[in-house]
Every structure is written in structure tokens, then in C-alpha cells.
Design a protein around this ligand. Structure first.
Ligand SMILES: CC(C)(COP(=O)(O)OP(=O)(O)OC[C@H]1O[C@@H](n2cnc3c(N)ncnc32)[C@H](O)[C@@H]1OP(=O)(O)O)[C@@H](O)C(=O)NCCC(=O)NCCS
Length: 192
């Protein structure tokens, strides 16, 4: 399916969680979530900054919304009511849309981490991704030191296919390793 033919679904509700595309007006919620989570995100998310203005956050949300509509990148927010509790997405880092591969990235706000939200969000993304999206293979990468992230992938039923050695940099600039986890559509359907 070509990106121009594919109209990506915009939202998925699973229990109390809504996972949806960003919209104009989401900037204040994004700003609040990332600025209050800086210390928690800093070791793992290279984009985390100690300060981010509401205007910068709003511009990011609009950029995410535009790319989503164009089928270029599918960045999603995780919401509980009107609180943005995390961010995720199906990222086209493993070839074009028609190949059916996407990478799921995720962060959960500091206030909400460690309460099972990441696990629930990944389960929802697998269900949504393999029923309403054209994904055949969903990938999850994590720093080998990020035990919470690896655990979330394992609990989601993803298979650890390998470990890239010295392929990335930590925020401090030293080299580090990356685990690659993945799950195939057929595997997920058999399990479901
Ligand atoms: C990684 C992240 C998305 C997980 O979301 P979460 O809501 O905190 O995760 P959950 O509460 O669903 O589950 C976390 C699991 O990791 C385990 N865990 C957490 N810290 C751990 C540690 N230091 N060592 C071992 N296991 C750990 C928890 O015990 C839990 O497993 P369990 O249910 O078997 O006990 C979230 O913590 C986060 O945003 N971290 C910062 C950004 C990040 O690292 N993103 C991932 C990049 S790949």
C-alpha cells in the first residue's frame, strides 16, 4: 500500500487509555509531560531537554499531525482523560509503509511510570497494529541497560532477535549496545 493510499486510523481506546494522533492544541499537555519527566527520560531519550516551551511543544504536535496525515511518520500520544501520560508511535525506520515493518517507540511520564502503563500500552499497540494497520512486523529497540523497557517488550510477547554491539551513543557520548525485539503478525494472531 502506498503512503498516499493509506489513511491511518487516528485513535484507539483500550480501557482507560486512549492512544491517538497528536492534534493542534496538544502542546500544553506535551510540554507539561516532558518537562516534569526530564530526569526520568534523560538517560534513554536523546530528545529530552530540561526546558521546552509551550510554543515549541505546540509546533512539535502540529508537525506530528502533519506527518501523520501524509503517511510519513505515525507519532502518537497516550492519554488518560485529558492528561498526556506518554508518547509512542509506529515509526517507519525499517523501510517504506508497503513493506509492513514499523518500530514502536515509547515513553511514559515520570508520574505514571512503573504502574503497568507501558505494558498495557504496548499490548494495545500490538492489537491495534495487527488489526487496523498494515503491519506485518513490529520492532522494539532498547538500550541493553534499560531493564524496564526490555521487560515491557518481553511481557508483550516480543522475541529478542539479537543485540547490536556498540551501535549507539548514550547521552554522555559513550558507546552502548541495543537489543532488538520483534513480533510478527502471524505470531500475534496465533496467540490472540
Ligand atoms: C520503559 C517504560 C516505557 C516502561 O513503561 P512503564 O509503564 O514504566 O512499565 P510497566 O510498569 O508496564 O512495566 C515495567 C516492568 O519493568 C520492570 N522494571 C522496572 N525497572 C526495572 C529495573 N530497574 N530492573 C528490572 N526490571 C525493572 C518492572 O518491574 C515491570 O516488570 P514486572 O511487571 O514484571 O514487575 C517507562 O519506564 C519509560 O518511559 N522509561 C523512560 C523512557 C524509556 O526508557 N523508554 C523506552 C525506550 S526503548
Amino acid at each position: 500500500m502506498s503512503p498516499s493510499a493509506f489513511l491511518a486510523p487516528a485513535a484507539y481506546v483500550s480501557g482507560e487509555i486512549t492512544i491517538r494522533a497528536y492534534r493542534p492544541g496538544d502542546g500544553p499537555a506535551l510540554q507539561r509531560a516532558v518537562v516534569t519527566s526530564y530526569q526520568h527520560l534523560r538517560p534513554w531519550m536523546p530528545w529530552a531537554k530540561p526546558e521546552q516551551s509551550v510554543d515549541e511543544s505546540e509546533a512539535l504536535c502540529r508537525s506530528f499531525a502533519g506527518k501523520y496525515l501524509l503517511g510519513q511518520e505515525f507519532t502518537l500520544g497516550i492519554w488518560i482523560g485529558d492528561e498526556l501520560v506518554g508518547g509512542t508511535g509506529y515509526h517507519l525506520r525499517w523501510g517504506p509503509l508497503e513493506l509492513g515493518n514499523a518500530e514502536i517507540g515509547m515513553w511514559v511520564s515520570a508520574a505514571r511510570a512503573g504502574q503497568g502503563l507501558g505494558t498495557r500500552a504496548l499490548s494495545a499497540l500490538l492489537e491495534w497494529g495487527f488489526t487496523a494497520w498494515p503491519w506485518q512486523r513490529l520492532v522494539w529497540l532498547c538500550d541493553t541497560r534499560n531493564l524496564a523497557s526490555a521487560r515491557v517488550a518481553e511481557k508483550g510477547g516480543l522475541v529478542r532477535e539479537g543485540t547490536f554491539r556498540s551501535d549507539a551513543l548514550t547521552v554522555d557520548g559513550s558507546r552502548r549496545d541495543t537489543h532488538l525485539f520483534a513480533i510478527l503478525r502471524d505470531e500475534w494472531l496465533r496467540r490472540a
